[in-house]
Design a protein around this ligand. Structure first.
Ligand code: SF4
Length: 346
């Protein structure tokens, strides 16, 4: 019995290596274009999760080194330009108007304040500045001031990113025209678990927005949240959705649920930190060319776990004190951790 399990594990490891090697080599372009080579089944990704930890880390680190500088981490800063009062019902989010949290409904920030925050981010070493608004999606009158923010932040020499909710036809093109480099819109979780977390928009709505972003030639930033009570299969299911996109997202934020009192997901059983590291490793293996971002939840993470996440292939973080409305390690703490690990900022 033990032998069978061992044999299966070895076989799974070999299959995974073949699959990822094919991905890395890019040798069979027609297969890639047909979406054949870079298809991952949920079972294959579950098999990665089930590898002995050292084998999984070795595979993830090998793939990471083949595609990226292993000691370089991209740094983004996120600013909430419109906080609270959101009409959606995302079960993890303190900005949803329907949940009783300490987050207040605030108006859209003024341009000068946004630019001052962008300058501070740049001075702290960020290369990308992300602007987030708590909307179901932007109305045209909302979008116009944001377009101006994007133009001005871009003119400061920063890469620009926005997360504004669902986009309608034509809006992605306006964002592109303004100079937007990345648009963030997370899939959040696997399709089968999605309805347990959000009911006010569908999975397909999210895919449609991502399609509009891709068609407008804006880089896609899309990932999810781990630790919402989903199963390992569903964690793998989220990664399969992302990895099997015709072109996987350039940036894949993997968030650990930050539990906020007053939201429906407050009180969810905490995820084992090693399972989080395994998720990062599986994301790296299945999306070898994407930046995998260690996002929300870092504040509660011991630096040893963060180090394991970098070893597993995470190569992007959010820098700064706040992530939209929840805490994030202070920039100075991150600088110390980077120095300790010999990590350079991109
Ligand atoms: S995650 Fe975004 S869309 Fe969902 S409730 Fe929060 S602000 Fe609104």
């Amino acid at each position: 019995m033990l032998e069978t399990t061992k044999h299966q594990t070895q076989q799974q490891t070999t299959e995974s290596v073949i699959n990822t090697d094919a991905l890395k080599s890019g040798a069979c372009q027609s297969d890639v274009e047909a979406g054949i080579v870079n298809r991952w089944s949920v079972d294959e990704i579950v098999a990665l999760f089930e590898l002995p930890f050292s084998d999984l880390m070795h595979q993830a680190q090998t793939i990471h080194r083949a595609n990226f500088d292993p000691n370089a981490v991209q740094v983004s800063t996120l600013l909430s330009i419109k906080t609270g009062g959101c009409s959606e019902d995302c079960g993890y989010c303190p900005q949803a108007a329907r949940y009783h949290t300490e987050v207040e409904n605030e108006p859209l920030m003024k341009l000068d304040d946004v630019l001052a925050a962008a300058q501070e981010a740049k001075d702290n070493g960020a290369s990308r500045f992300c602007m987030g608004a708590a909307w179901r999606g932007p109305k045209q009158r909302d979008l116009e001031p944001v377009l101006k923010m994007i133009q001005e932040v871009k003119a400061m020499g920063l890469e620009t990113c926005a997360t504004l909710g669902m986009l309608k036809e034509g809006q992605a093109e306006q964002l592109k025209e303004a100079g937007l480099d990345y648009y963030n819109h997370n899939l959040d979780t696997a399709p089968e678990f999605y309805g347990d977390v959000i009911t006010t928009r569908t999975y397909q709505d999210r895919l449609d927005t991502l399609g509009r972003v891709r068609n407008a030639d804006i880089h896609v930033c899309s990932g999810g949240i781990i630790g919402m009570g989903e199963s390992r299969n569903q964690r793998a299911g989220l990664l399969a959705q992302l990895a099997n996109m015709e072109q996987p997202p350039e940036s894949v934020p993997i968030n650990l649920l930050t539990q906020v009192e007053g939201t429906p997901l407050h009180g969810t059983e905490e995820l084992d930190p090693i399972e989080f590291v395994r998720t990062i490793a599986a994301a790296r293996i299945t999306m070898p060319n994407s930046f995998v971002r260690l996002s929300a939840g870092r504040q509660s993470m011991h630096e040893g776990i963060q180090a394991l996440c970098f070893l597993a292939g995470a190569n992007s973080i959010f820098y700064g004190e706040k992530l939209l409305t929840t805490g994030n390690p202070e920039a100075a703490t991150d600088k110390k951790l980077f120095a300790k690990l010999g990590i350079n900022k991109i």
